[in-house]
Design a protein around this ligand. Structure first.
Ligand SMILES: Nc1ncnc2c1ncn2[C@@H]1O[C@H](COP(=O)(O)OP(=O)(O)OP(=O)(O)O)[C@@H](O)[C@H]1O
Ligand SMILES: CC(C)(CO)[C@@H](O)C(=O)[O-]
Ligand code: BAL
Length: 304
């Protein structure tokens, strides 16, 4: 969806290491945004994106690896040739839906999200005819949806997943991070910290849901209480949408981790608007007024 950062570029590098020709698609897909979501304000940085891809392509040429052969940046008329894109429910148009997978977790908070993602990816796949497709681990449920799309619709392509690229403190890179500003940026790390506490429990041999998740929930609660206790000019309030321990193929919640399958630990928080900006404070794109949804996940690997 553009607004490129090192997470996106890492996928291009991975694709170039494994192929001769890499197609990059850049399209902010309206049907995956709900009617009250941030489609209108979604960052668009076309000129910078092209500079970054050009620089990366020169680096790839020097390395003797595959190259960025094309950037596909279609119009909405191209992508939705019959009816204009519709984000309402049930909505009109041609859609791909996955039930219940697309309604869980991210889909519970963003009811049209995976319908829009599956639909636009099917279109992009049909147009570009890739042999391999590359997606980022950061959007873990999206990777499960794409694997399901390829399997259930018998698409002739392999799905490759690139590791989540992070800031030094662990915050997952995301195009939406530009909205955070300093204050929310500092508190937003709470999600990754919480997931890492749960991961430590798994690594310590815990397999039951409660035993794995409690330190994550406790950490999020503690940080939330700390923030609530601060003055409005100091604090960054947030809400926890979910902290989940799920089956890696269905994304359904599990009570016990099957060591042969492993599990997906994932979470989403909403950073609320800054209540009382301080003079000169760095508030991010949108002046701290735009709520920011942050997601993250850690794979609990099978024990062999
Ligand atoms: N930090 C990251 N590490 C690896 N891959 C990433 C990262 N962030 C995004 N991606 C992947 O890049 C691809 C394009 O994602 P997209 O353009 O939606 O960017 P985004 O940064 O996830 O944006 P947003 O957070 O606003 O949804 C997706 O496959 C996504 O999973
Ligand atoms: C898969 C995708 C390109 C569909 O618009 C988008 O959800 C993204 O970039 O993660
Ligand atoms: N990376 C997922 C795209 C979205 O949040 O809309």
């Amino acid at each position: 969806m553009g607004a490129l950062h090192e997470g996106h570029l890492s996928l291009v590098r991975m694709a170039a290491a494994e192929n001769t020709d890499v197609f990059v698609t850049i399209y902010v897909n309206p049907t995956q945004f709900g009617v009250n979501e941030d489609l209108a304000s979604y960052p668009k940085t076309w000129d910078t994106d092209m500079r970054l891809l050009g620089a990366l392509d020169r680096e790839l040429a020097a390395a003797g690896a595959g190259r960025v052969s094309a950037v596909f940046a279609p119009t909405t008329q191209t992508m939705y040739p019959t009816l204009p894109p519709d984000s309402s429910i049930p909505g009109v148009g041609s859609f791909i839906e996955m039930r219940p997978l697309g309604q869980l977790l991210e889909g519970a908070s963003r009811p049209v999200f995976f319908r829009g993602v599956a639909t636009v990816c099917m279109k992009l796949f049909n147009i570009c005819a890739p042999e391999l497709v590359y997606f980022g681990q950061k959007d873990v449920q999206q990777t499960v949806v794409i694997n399901r799309l390829v399997k259930d619709f018998h698409l002739d392509m392999d799905v490759r997943i690139g590791a989540t690229q992070r800031e030094r403190d662990g915050l997952a890179l995301s195009s939406r991070n530009v909205y955070l500003g300093d204050r929310r940026r500092a508190v937003g790390i709470v999600l990754n910290q919480a997931l890492r506490k749960a991961e430590a429990q798994y690594k310590d041999g815990k397999r039951k849901r409660g035993d794995i998740l409690w330190p994550a929930d406790a950490h999020a609660d503690e940080v939330m209480l700390q923030q609530d206790a601060l003055e409005p000019a100091q604090r960054a309030k947030f809400e926890v949408d979910y902290i989940s321990l799920a089956d890696p193929e269905t994304m359904e919640e599990i009570e016990v981790v099957d060591e042969k399958k492993g599990a997906i630990l994932s979470g989403a928080i909403k950073m609320l608007p800054i209540e009382d900006p301080r003079p000169g404070e760095e508030l991010g794109v949108g002046d701290g007024k735009i709520p920011v949804r942050l997601i993250d996940n850690i794979i609990l690997e099978p024990v062999v």
